[in-house]
Design a protein around this ligand. Structure first.
Ligand code: ADP
Ligand code: ZN
Ligand code: ZN
Length: 794
């Protein structure tokens, strides 16, 4: 038997399965989807069995045997193996990367150099005493003990051997269980016990008083008060048995609770649910776009649709864009489905993720809720996949494999012939266009679930404020609104649209902005550490006291970050209790949830934060939302800037007035006439969609054209430009007439980490040649250009 194995090496031209012989004893357990260890060149690596066959085309003598099988059961099903193949092709990624992205990080192999002693009698005394009775030690341990030179010497003489060992990073958590016989046997043991063995008798009596079949050893020790030695003597005498039992790590129980009662659906919700249920009963793949305004009860539709699927004995995956959503969302799902829910998000430790993954893999849970990678949850009978906030860009992975969770979800749904729900108040243009064409089925929720009015929105022109002499970050209208809410004991959300809007340092005499020495980007001021940091490469330096260009001392902080906003807020309303949420206040485990929980409990009046507060919050006392600078994201070098701005404004506005109290929104901007801002006043998606589609058509952008970006970077600016030209030409010569290439041009950040960056934009409608051409170019890059220091990515 021959196994085809994709080895754990991402390099060209290794990206294909290799044949390995299956030792005869293992033939009956060998299956695709198992992880194995195999010899590869001079070392051993981990790999995935992707296929099994009788014969290899290779010379039999050249085929090496598999060294070890890592798993008892396949970790990847036939479905996921097929998905990885499709994903590797579609995103032009290495197959090994496409396989690994589907598993929790804890399951990736770790490589270590290990020294094994061959002839112990020839070691000197000091070395031998270091080893004790160990046969094998890691090179790292030997290096720490300053023994590396001796090891090299012994290695040359054949006294020791050095090899690469593969280790699994995370292990299952195990506890020691004691299995107790029945009372009669315990009594017999008690009678037969040696009269001097008082402690053993005591333990036997304790066990008689606490009848159980099995109990954790640590619990016996804690509660009976005997020592481990006493327990061990009962084990040795075979009166009780012990074993190691695997347990799951206990997750911190969420602070937020939810009653779990299903709501009586509104008419619109009922129409949507029925359509999904009917589709699900028919066993066909259908993608629904659930377009519902903020607070219209989309989540309730998800919950009841999942309920339907569970009753069919099937499973469901729910994707949410980032951890901002999970505390409240998780509580709602756990409230409804209890123990049947697994949660996968970035706040979990590697071990916890591994446990959640195994609960799904073993079929112990039926619903997985999580961020992007939860789309790979190892279910085997999927009945529904849901992407909440489907327009979010975090659904696209930015490193290889560059998959989009929406595409993967639809692929899986096709495999299982089940529905997909894409939900959003502001769908991506792509999805809404597909729904308009009938590729997706459009479901609309146009009213809020509790019939509340949408908040009223006021747009404030900050230029006028300035003219009237108001230099603060808060317009008169917003300041007034904040004070009113404080009096009425209602809550306020303030959004600082931070992207490209952090504080930088500017010389008032010569206009110099302090920039990162490695990147063409200004440094960000951090008050806590009194330092300037580069958010791209991590460079950090002390705040200068004079201008690095002209040595003027008139150097000051400019722009504004959340810290600065908090200070200004304090000047405005010193009595207000403020919770700030940004990268700095949420970088510890659980901080995110704790802050939101406190706000929900009314421990603060104002929640001030970046994008992370814009979505998913559902708190009844929020009646005012303020957007401090709406237009900052309009000026990004991104054709989606207007769409992103509209989405953000609609999302954050949707936080206000979700319950009985009416909501109000104040949007501050320097560009009130911009259509994205103008149209967000009414929160009316369709007019925005039409306007933006028009513009995209004129400019030749998605969804009218597909866009692929190829990037080139090099330490030498001339080489970067030269390769960018060569690469672009290579593509241009091979594409059809209908496709357009723009570039090469300098990237938006033209130097990053001391590398110069160029890019070309390929726009196309239908270009079957594209993937093969890009693969060809990548191959050429990997075999030749990469050696000259070029980094190319697609
Ligand atoms: P969305 O996901 O569209 O923003 P949610 O599902 O969070 O909306 O619903 C908003 C609020 O309305 C929540 O507090 C939810 O419990 C409530 N809700 C949803 N559906 C109903 C309903 N049919 N009747 C009453 N309340 C509902
Ligand atoms: Zn200066
Ligand atoms: Zn930098």
């Amino acid at each position: 038997m021959i196994a085809e194995v994709i080895v754990d090496v991402a390099a060209y031209p290794i990206d294909r399965p290799f044949d390995y012989a299956v030792p005869i004893d293992w033939e009956h357990v060998m299956e695709p989807g198992l992880r194995v260890k195999v010899p590869f060149g001079p070392r051993k690596v981990a790999g995935y069995v992707t296929g099994i066959k009788e014969e290899s085309e290779l010379d039999h003598n050249k085929i090496k045997p598999i060294a070890e099988i890592i798993d008892l059961e396949p970790v990847l099903s036939a479905e996921l193996l097929a998905l990885s193949k499709w994903m590797a092709t579609e995103t032009i990624a290495y197959e090994i990367d496409a396989l690994q992205v589907m598993l929790p990080a804890a399951m990736r192999a770790k490589y270590e150099k290990i020294m094994t002693v061959i002839k112990p009698e020839e070691l000197d005394d000091a070395f031998r005493s270091f080893l004790g009775n160990r046969q094998q030690v890691t090179l790292k341990a030997l290096q720490d003990a300053n023994l590396l030179n001796e090891v090299k010497k012994y290695n040359k003489l054949g006294i020791v051997e050095i090899d690469t060992a593969i280790q699994q990073k995370t292990k299952m958590k195990k506890v020691r269980m004691i299995h107790v016989p029945d009372a009669k046997q315990l009594e017999t043991a008690l009678e037969e016990a040696h009269p001097n063995a008082k402690k053993q008798q005591e333990l036997l009596r304790w066990l008689l008083l606490h009848p159980t079949e099995s109990i954790e050893a640590s619990k016996i020790l804690d509660e009976s008060g005997v020592t481990a030695t006493v327990l061990k003597s009962l084990v040795d005498k075979e009166i009780v048995e012990q074993s190691q039992v695997e347990v799951y790590r206990e997750l911190e129980s969420p602070k937020m609770q939810d009653s779990g009662k299903p709501e009586q659906l509104t008419d619109e919700q009922q129409v949507a649910l029925s359509a999904i249920e009917q589709s699900s009963n028919k066993n066909i793949q259908e993608t629904f776009l659930l377009h519902g305004i903020t607070g219209s009860g989309k989540t309730e539709v998800y919950l009841q649709a999942i309920d339907h699927v569970l009753k069919q004995g099937k499973e469901a995956i729910v994707l949410v864009p980032e951890i901002a959503l999970t505390p409240q969302m998780t509580a709602r799902f756990k409230g409804r489905f209890g123990e049947l829910v697994a949660v996968l998000h970035s706040g979990l430790s590697a071990g916890e993720k591994y446990d959640e993954w195994r609960r799904i893999h073993r079929g112990e849970v039926k619903v997985a809720i999580g961020a992007r990678s939860a789309v790979f949850a190892p279910f085997s009978n999927l009945g529904l996949l849901i992407l909440d906030e489907e327009h979010e860009t975090t659904y696209k992975q930015e490193e290889s494999p560059r998959y989009h969770a929406r595409d993967v979800a639809i692929w899986r749904a096709n495999y299982y012939q089940c529905p997909v729900i894409l939900g959003s108040a502001t769908p991506s243009l792509e999805s809404y266009a597909r729904a308009s064409k009938g590729v997706y089925s459009l479901l609309t929720l146009s009213k809020r679930a509790k019939n509340q009015a949408l908040p009223s929105v006021e747009v404030v022109d900050m230029r006028e404020e300035l003219k009237a002499g108001n230099r603060s970050m808060f317009s008169l209208a917003l300041a007034e609104g904040i004070r009113e809410r404080l009096v009425r004991k209602e809550q306020i959300v303030l959004l600082l649209n931070k992207r490209g809007f952090s504080s930088f340092v500017l010389c008032r005499d010569c206009g110099t902005v302090v920039e990162c020495p490695n990147c063409d980007i200004s440094l960000t001021y951090h008050r806590a550490s009194e330092s300037l940091k580069c958010h791209y490469c991590g460079h950090e330096e002390r705040v200068p006291s004079e201008c690095p260009e002209c040595t003027s001392e008139h150097i000051r902080f400019f722009g504004t970050g959340t810290q600065k906003a908090q200070e200004e807020l304090y000047k405005l309303v010193p009595e207000a209790r403020v919770i700030r949420m940004d990268i700095d206040t949420t970088n510890t485990k659980g901080a995110h949830e704790r802050l939101l929980y406190d706000f929900g409990e009314g421990k603060a009046d104002i929640l001030l934060g970046t994008q992370m507060i814009a979505k998913g919050l559902d708190f009844p006392r929020i009646t005012l939302v303020g957007v401090l600078a709406a237009d900052t994201s309009l000026h990004l070098a991104d054709f989606r800037a207007a769409e992103k701005t509209f989405q953000l404004l609609t999302q954050v506005s949707g936080r206000a007035g979700r319950d009985q109290l009416p909501g109000e929104v104040v949007i501050q901007t320097y560009d009130p006439e911009h259509y994205a801002i103008e149209l967000s006043k009414t929160q009316n998606y369709v007019p925005f969609y039409e306007m933006e589609m028009d513009r995209r058509r004129q400019l030749g952008y998605p969804p009218y054209y597909y866009v692929t970006v190829v990037q080139f970077s090099h330490e030498d600016v001339l080489k970067a430009a030269d390769y960018a030209h060569k690469g672009t030409e290579f593509i241009a010569e091979r594409l059809s007439q209908g496709s357009v290439i723009i570039g090469p041009t300098a990237a938006a950040i033209s130097r990053l980490n001391n590398r110069y960056r160029y890019q070309s934009l390929i726009k196309y409608k239908h270009e079957p040649a594209l993937i093969p051409v890009l693969q060809q170019l990548l191959k050429h890059y990997k075999t030749s250009w990469a050696k000259d220091g070029l980094v190319m990515s697609i």
